[in-house]
Every structure is written in C-alpha cells, then in structure tokens.
Write a protein that binds this ligand. Structure first.
Ligand code: ADP
Ligand code: ZN
Length: 818
C-alpha cells in the first residue's frame, strides 16, 4: 500500500499539496507535525501535515517528502480549526494563516538566512559533528542561507539540524525589524556569586567592619531583594541605603557587587509563587465583577465599559486569578506593544513568574521559547500578555481571554493577509476552547456596544474613577474667534499657554496631542500653488523640519527641501497644516524652561523606543510630551494634569464613516490621561468648530448619545454594525489595465448585488510604490449569508483571473475593513 500526506505550505496558494511517505513515516506522522518538502524547482519549505491517507492525487505525481521535522505535533487541532475559520472568514489561504501564526524560526526554508547567536556558549553543550560544522561555517563566513548550508553539508535538507540549533539558541534568523528595536535597558545590582553561601558572606561582613557605609548598602540590598522579589535597580539601592554613589561604585570595583542590565519589556520577577494577593474591590467594582461572572455563566462575551481609571485592570486580575487557580491558561491581548512594559510591571506583583510576553518585536528565539512553553503548559507561560499574534500560540487549556482597549483599530491586521481582527478572532478561539472573554474599554467600539444591545454580549459598567477621582474638566477653545482677536501664538491659544504655565509651576506634566507627525503636511508655493509630490505615490510630501526634508509617509521616499518652487522658481514657499514637530518647535520657544519630548512614529522607530520615552515621562524627566495617537493607548501616568488637543478638526473631517466614532474615542482616551490621581485634570480642546456634536459629546462624556447618533447614520447608509462590509483593493502598475479590470469585476458583482456594491473608486492616495490602487466596497445585505456572498465573490475572481489581460492584477480582500 502507498501512503500519502496532504500538507499546507506557508505560501498564498489555495490548495493543500499531496506528497508520498513511507509506511514507517506514515505510522509516525500525525496531523499538525512539520515536514520538509520541496516545492517548485528548487525550494524547500517547512510544511504542516493536515491529513494522512492512501489516495494518490489525480492531477500530478506525488513527490516524496524530505523528512519529518517533529516528534509530536507543533500545532494542535484547535489551532488548525481556528486557522481554517480565519482563512475562510477573512478570505485568505490557510498557507497565509500558517505563515503568520507560526514563528519564522519554526518555518525554515531554503531562502532563510541564519546566523550565529551572539550569546551562545558552545562549551556547555555536546554537539554532533554536522552541527559543529554549521556553527564553524557561520563563525567564519557570517550569515548563510539554508541553501548554502545544505551545500556545505552536502545533503539535501538540513532543517532538522537547524531546528535543533535554533532550539539550543546556537543560531538565529536574520531579522531586520528586530535589529532596529532596542528596548530600554535598566541597570541592576546583585551580590557577586562568590558570596552566595553564608560562610563567605559572614567572612566578608567581618572583613568590612571599617566600612560601615558599605555594610549599610549590602544590608539594604538584602532587604530590597526579599521585599521586592525582583532584581534591584542601582537607583533604588542608592535611594534605599542612603549611601553616596561612590560607596556602591567601590563595592562594584571590589567585585563584591556586580552590575547587570535587563530589558524593561521582560518579566523580571524572581519570587516564584510567592506573590501579592489581589486588592479588595470597592462597591462599584464588586457589582461589575458579579455582573461579569453572571454573563460568563450564561456563556456570553462580556463587555466591560469603564471610564478611564475606573479600575478595570483590577477586575481582570480577579478573573485571571480564578482561572489560574483552575490550572487554565489566560491570554491578555493588548493593542500596542508599547503598553506591555507598564502592564508587566503591574501584573507581575500578582502573578510573578507565571507571565510570558509574546509579540512581533520579540526575536525569533524568544518567540520559539514561548511557543514551546505554552505548548508544554509550563507554569511560566500560564498568563500570556501579547499583541495580536499571541492569539496563535498553541494553547491547550485556555480559560480566559481579555481584550484590553477592545475599540483599538490596531487589533486589525492591515497587511499582509490574514487581515484578521484579533478581537473577533479571539472570540472565535475562546468559543473553541469553551473559554471566557472580556472586552474592556472606556470607549467601546460601536460594534461591541451593538452586540450588547442585541443581547449577544453581556454588559458590565464602571461609571466612576477609582477613589472617586473626578473625570477631567473639558474646555473647548474656539480657534476662529481667537484668530480674529489675534490671541493665538502659533498653534497655541492664550488659554492653553496659561494653563501650561500653571501646570509646570506646580511640577505637574502636560500632554499635547496632534494627530499628525512631521512638521507640516504640505509645502505649497505661494505663487503657482505647486506642492512637491512623491515620485512613487500620488501624495504630497510631508515637510520634516529637523532634517529639512520632504518625506513620503507611504513609501519612505525623501528629498531635501529646495529653496525655491520646482515648478515656477518662486522662492517663497509656505506650509499648510501642522504636525507634531511644529508643535514641538513652538513649545520649545514658548516654554524654554520645560523638558519637552515628542512621541510619534518618527521618534519611536530608531533607538528611542516607545518604552524609553514612556519611562522617562513616568520618571518625570519630561514635562511636556507631544504626540500622535500613540499617546491615546491606555497609558497610565500619575502626574499628568493637563491635556491639550491641538486641533480636533483634522480628526473630525477625515473622510471615513468611522471618523466620528474614532474622534470620540481618541479624544476621550487622551483626555483620560489627565488627572488620574487625587487632583481633577484639565483638558483643552482647540477647534474651529466648537459646536460640533462629537465635541459636545466628548466634553460631556456622553457615550450613549454618540452611540445612538452614529448608529442611526450607519443604519441609514447600511454600514457596520448593521451590515458587514468587505473592501476589495485592485492593484496594478498600469493605470489603464487597472481601471478596466476594476470596472469588469465591479460590473460582474453588480449584476448580482446591485446597489450593495460601491465603486470602483480611487483611494485618497491612488498610487503607492508605483502601483495604482482602486477600491470597491461591498456591503452585505441582511438577508444574504456572508459566507455565501464571499463564495460568490471568490467565484467572480476565478472568472476574472481567467481573462488573460487581468492575470497580473492583484485582488485583495479586507473583510470587516476598518
Ligand atoms: P483602568 O484599567 O480602568 O484604567 P486601573 O485598573 O488602572 O483603571 O485603576 C486606576 C488606579 O486605581 C490604579 O492605580 C489602580 O491600582 C487603582 N485601583 C483600582 N481599583 C482599586 C482597588 N480596588 N483598590 C486599590 N486600588 C485600586
Ligand atoms: Zn511615496
């Protein structure tokens, strides 16, 4: 009898592929194991077994696999079912989900580049001869592709060897992104190893009798170690022991203490299971917790709607505690990697070393480690904190998923496929595990609130801030009026300037929000009106003052700003609109005595990561923090008493049906950063349109009115949550071909679905990286099943791609487009 397996390959092809295996392999193989196979002429891939059977494929001769890569499945049945749901719901292939879900280091292929791991210590491990050869080659020749290594060892596949070396942390994958991410390091101290036993320590203390300050420092270190259960910062040791920095320096020089560094985005708890109990709840919290539990008992997803700083996190802690007690795993999803450092610090007091962190900026080794820890149900991976990719870990006993800041649009993956929404995919995953779900937010998405109204989700509310701290006072400032009266300095109203001065005087902090980076969006010639555009994208370049550069925010193209207009030679150029850089520059002149920093995409890409700026702000080394929407995401700062929204209108006027909802959420969230402790915070919203309904609703913290007005509009125009939508993007480098193709496809859809198809239309930026783009929006009628409609669109695509001149036109689906 012949044996065959069907495998999924990590590539965007619709189908599974069949390979032959030997009888012995067939007996060892199980669904979810990895195998190495060749595909195409020369490439070797890591593929995943989906089925083992004895039916030869009809259309082609099956090739044998190269070898097995796993002893036990790397991916479990629930994961596979979840992936299948994602592929079908989000209209992509299983291979695309496979590639996104599994860490790259478990998916080695012929083109993967590997290199020696910097920290690998060879002496500690006994290696096979071929493994030694690989390491030696990497040492002498630098990074090599899997293909190169296969030539070197003169064997076809080397994946098992490399897999082992990855797990031993001897080699790593070359990754450009991770190289750029430099998490903040903090400096710690500990006793040198040689004083770890009591005798040596006693001798040491005896010998130090004449240095009482040094003894004082060492005793303080012991005290801190036992009370904190965490590594001790040099800074805290200095503070606690009240000795001069010189004393600690001397101890370090003598080798009695040693210094080391740790990353802030890591769990650094060392107290084992010895942790703090969760806090007692107040009345409102107790009631909310009760409601949440009832909702869960009814088998429902629970939406926890609590104003900023109402103590939602403490409620999550209660639910997590209960779950861990039952030996179940918990997933805590965050929209933004930047938030993890703060949350780890908070949660490790309760859950100690049972926390693991997982996100795309962790390197491959770390990700593989967490993957296997979750798979092995290790105690250090019981509570996973992570961004959306942590949804794909091999959970086997998931009991609870928390989706914090559930309204955040960054939960949706935009590119590449699968274009999934982590919140929605989490709900499906939880269902497969029979796990509970909490969605938390101060400003729930209209979708989630709609599901509450429809009786699908349970609802729990917290309407007061913890400790009855008042919600911030929100004041609208009319820019039109001030402009007329000449009471504006740059983009600062006199009212905002006055309040900033007052805040700085009492040593409190200020956040200024402007949702646009760069200095000014557009440079325009005052004579002919020409504004320089990107050569690759149809969009004006953004002016960045620091480098006197014009930059494209879509493809990264940049050019120096010319002193005169390129079109007419007129030397007088003007800027329109303004970005964070300009706010920063103006603030520097207006408040010369203040420490000012900026947090946006430009300042967080390089060495200054998010975490660093956040930490400096927390430590009050920054007085005024200027930023884009990065600032809105659930950060908890203790000393911010004033928030200024520089211009609300750019948010409100954005051409998108979600613009008003998003503006409400963004402004409420930034406002929520103010006055989180005793004192009432103050928020200034500068606008040319102070009577805008959304601004009124923000200042009255009136979510319900915002919700019902927005819902009414969405119903009128058949938008979500009433109707689901799918956005189709057509992409090609030739303008005419793209137009015809999009037209053809739309017509075909319209024959069937008429007015439910909108477009095709050019997006606001109609060409990106030399590719023209056109969008079509499909609204799914209430009486049509979404899956039927998706199938019908897919069938249209098949006929479309059968037309020879449209073959090269890409069609991209974005289901539930945000
Ligand atoms: P949210 O998650 O809703 O923004 P937090 O959970 O961060 O709110 O709570 C705000 C502040 O109040 C935090 O400093 C938190 O430690 C504190 N807090 C909340 N609930 C309690 C409680 N029951 N006992 C003591 N402190 C609490
Ligand atoms: Zn560009």
């Amino acid at each position: 009898m012949s044996y065959y397996i069907d495998v999924v390959l990590p590539i965007p092809l619709e189908r599974l592929f069949t390979y032959t295996v030997t009888q012995a392999q067939a007996h060892r193989l199980r669904k979810g194991m990895r195998v190495a196979v060749s595909f195409g002429k020369t490439r070797i891939y890591t593929a995943l077994v989906m089925d083992i059977h004895s039916n030869p494929p009809q259309a082609y001769e099956a090739k044998p696999i190269h070898q097995l890569l796993d002893e036990v499945p790397s991916v479990n049945e629930i994961q596979l079912r979840h992936w299948e749901w994602i592929a079908s719901y989000y209209m992509c292939t299983l291979g695309e989900v496979f590639r996104t879900a599994v860490p790259g280091a478990l998916l080695l292929e012929s083109e993967t580049i590997v290199l020696l791991h910097a920290d690998f210590q060879k002496e500690s491990i006994q290696l096979e001869e071929e493994e030694e050869m690989v390491l030696l080659a990497l040492k002498n020749r630098g990074p090599l592709s899997v293909n190169d290594i296969s030539h070197l060892l003169e064997k076809k596949t080397v994946l098992p060897i490399l897999n082992k070396l990855v797990r031993l942390k001897a080699i790593m994958l070359k990754e450009t992104l991770v190289d750029q991410y430099k998490p903040k390091m903090l400096r710690y101290v500990r006793m040198a190893k040689s004083y770890n036993d009591e005798v040596a320590l006693e001798q040491l203390l005896d010998s130090m009798k004449r240095a009482p300050k040094q003894i004082q420092a060492i005793l303080a270190l012991f005290q801190l170690q036992s009370s904190e259960k965490k590594p001790v910062l040099i800074k805290s040791l200095q503070k606690e022991s009240r000795v001069s920095p010189g004393v600690i320096r001397a101890l370090l020089d003598k080798g009695i203490l040693e210094e080391f560094s740790l990353r802030t985005d890591r769990v650094s708890y060392s107290g084992g299971d010895d942790v703090k109990d969760s806090v007692g709840l107040n009345q409102g919290q107790n009631a909310a917790l009760q409601t949440m539990k009832e909702g869960h008992n009814d088998g429902k997803v629970v939406l926890l709607h609590g104003v900023t700083s109402s103590g939602k996190t403490e409620l999550y802690v209660k639910l997590i505690e209960e779950c861990l007690k039952n030996g179940q795993q918990v997933l805590y999803l965050l929209p933004e990697i930047a938030l993890t450092a703060q949350l780890i610090q908070r949660l490790e007091a309760y859950f100690g070393s049972r926390i693991s962190v997982y996100h795309s900026r962790y390197n491959q080794q770390e990700r593989v480690e967490v993957w296997y820890n979750v798979m092995g149900e290790k105690s250090k991976a019981q509570l996973i904190i992570g961004a959306r990719s942590s949804l794909f870990l091999p959970y086997s006993r998931l009991g609870l998923i928390i989706v914090d800041e559930e309204h955040e649009t960054s939960f949706k993956q935009y590119d590449p496929a699968p274009r999934y929404h982590a919140r929605d995919a989490a709900i499906v995953l939880a269902h497969m595990h029979d796990a509970r779900v909490v969605l938390g937010s101060a400003t729930p998405s209209i979708e989630s609130y709609y599901n509450v109204q429809a009786g699908k989700y349970a609802y729990a509310g917290l309407i007061r801030r913890y400790g009855n701290v008042l919600m911030p006072e929100i004041e609208l400032v009319d820019l039109k009026l001030l402009r007329r009266k000449k009471r504006l300095k740059g983009h600062f109203s006199d009212r905002l300037i006055e309040l900033i001065h007052e805040t700085l005087e009492v040593k409190e902090q200020v956040i200024l929000f402007q949702n646009r980076r760069g200095f000014a969006p557009i440079v325009e010639c005052t004579s002919c009106g020409h504004s320089p555009g990107c050569p690759n994208c149809d969009v004006s370049l953004t002016y960045h003052r620091h480098r006197n550069q014009l930059r494209c925010h879509y493809c990264g193209h940049h050019a120096e700003l010319q002193p005169a207009c390129l079109a007419c030679g007129n030397p007088s150029l003007d800027t329109k609109g303004f970005g964070t850089q300009q706010v920063e520059e103006e603030a520097l002149t207006l408040f010369p005595e203040a420490q000012i920093a900026r947090m946006d995409y430009d300042t967080t890409r390089g060495k200054h990561s998010h975490a660093r700026i956040i930490q400096d702000f927390e430590n009050q080394e920054i007085d005024i923090l200027i930023g884009t929407q990065m600032l809105t995401k659930g950060l908890d700062f203790r000393h911010v008493n004033l928030v200024g929204i520089m211009n609300a209108d750019t948010l409100l006027n954005f051409p998108d049906f979600r613009a008003h909802e998003k503006s409400f959420q963004m402004m409420t969230q930034v406002a929520g950063r103010a006055g989180r402790t005793e004192k009432r915070g103050m928020v200034i919203i500068q606008t040319y349109n102070p009577y805008h309904r959304i601004l009124q609703q923000v200042s009255n913290n009136d979510y319900d009115t915002m919700y019902s007005e927005q819902l009414y509009e969405r119903e009128q125009y058949h938008y979500p949550p009433h109707n689901r939508i799918i956005r189709l993007t057509f992409k090609h480098k030739e303008y005419n071909r793209l137009n015809e193709a999009a037209e053809w496809f739309t017509k075909a859809l319209r024959l069937k679905y008429r007015s439910w198809i909108l477009g095709p239309e050019y997006p606001p930026v109609p060409r990106i990286r030399n590719q023209y783009l056109k969008h079509v929006l499909v609204k799914i009628p209430k009486n049509v099943s979404p899956s039927k409609m998706k199938n019908s669109i897919k069938r249209t695509e098949q006929s479309f791609h059968a037309i020879s001149q449209y073959k090269g036109v890409r069609v991209i689906y974005d289901v539930d487009h945000l």
